[in-house]
Unconditional design. Sequence first.
Lengths: 218, 283
Amino acid sequence: MHIPDAFLPLPQAALYWVIACIFIIFALRWSRSEMSEENIPLIAVLAAGIFAIQAFNLPIGMGTSGHLIGGALAAIVLGSPYAGIFVLTIVLIIQGIIFGDGGITSMGANIINMGVIGGFVGYYGYIGLKKITNQIYLSAGIAAWAACFIAALACALELAVAGTFPLIPGMVAMGVYHAVIGVIEGVITAGALYLIIQARPDMVPEKVKSIIKKDNNM
Amino acid sequence: MIEEIYAIETLAMGTTWVHRLDARLKIILVFAIIIVMVSCPIRPEVWISGLIAMIPCAVLWLSAKFPLGTYARRLFLILPFGLFVIVFQVFYPNQLFESVTILYSLPLVFFSISIYAESLLFAQILLVKFLVCISYIILLSSTTTMQDLLIGGRRLGLPAEMTLVIGLMVRYLFVAAGMFQRVQNMFLVRFFSPLATHLPYRYRLSVLAYATGTLFLRSYEQGERVYMSMLCRGYGKDSYLHVSNKPFTKQEWMFVVCSLVFCIGVMVLQFIGTEIMYTMNFA
């Protein structure tokens, strides 16, 4: 899903960069105010961990493998969409400049797809679904699936606007492929969230893990 | 991807003059070339400027005493997504061109697959631009250590906050790579593979989910320790990574000017070449 350089014309790439920068500034501001202290270092080290998590080969079936994005997981566990943006932005910068995955001009678009969409859809999808279904892990799974799927559609849309790939076939190809990967992403996110809540309940904010207890006495 | 980090950093620790070159110079050259290549108009002649733009890359790569195989291996790891878009391109009419001509049509039972001439052309142009951009990024990351890149970026005006964050991330990237490697070894000694089909699917997913959760927890706790130790050493909200100023020497200015002139030259050449070809065609 990493759009490489030259796949987006320069003016469009610049526009995506501007939008991405606005969200990066918001994310930096969030990490200064919302987190308990000035613990930007913590998020930076966590980003390195997310990078390692992305390296796991996930079995999709029929011998193919995929990789986790992890934006939704970071956003849910840290309790803010900006966490997803923050972590994914750093990861994408390193991926673009050191590994060549994704590009320099197109990095803004990639940050929007995976960080911004991943963070917002992942977090608010989770909170919304949790209110409706009252189930933590199911909501986390579906939210992570949606974050992966919608990010893929956004990527196809950007390529279509750029004239690089036609809209409908791009949507179908990217959509189907990531709908399948998204299921795995959802399952892994839910499983990882289960482990994290069991092992370090103090780490997860109350608004994330709380569910409304039904009163049985009434 | 993170497994390659040691290999890339080992390459970047070389001692040739390309490695010793100030990181800022390499960053300026690479970014300028990429911007020029991305902004090249969609014309069939783009391969000429692509070829010219590759000359400094090849010279620097060979001066860094790297074999071509290393370049090919790194290129191969990056290609998949871009190549997918480029290859499947040719089966659909491209919206940038008004008229489309079918180059080749392959009838199947229910539908037919056609290859469009314009789309094939567009795919070629895209491939040229893509390869040049990727080659320069490979060159940059293979000849410059991450710490140098970071300091170079800071000197070129990367915000201090981002420098601190990325600097920490880069430093702990190697710790994370080690953690990942240990988890992989642990899988290996227990004969577990995520792609092993003889194991139940559910079981493989649960193992992977717990490994993911564990890595998340471990890096979070690593982050907590780092943060605590930084606090002990006087870290506060106004602390930044200190990077001393270092003005360019005369030779370095020459390099910057030369690379920018080269980039502008490639751009101008592109326009002039295209114009000449078109006037010749119309004449």
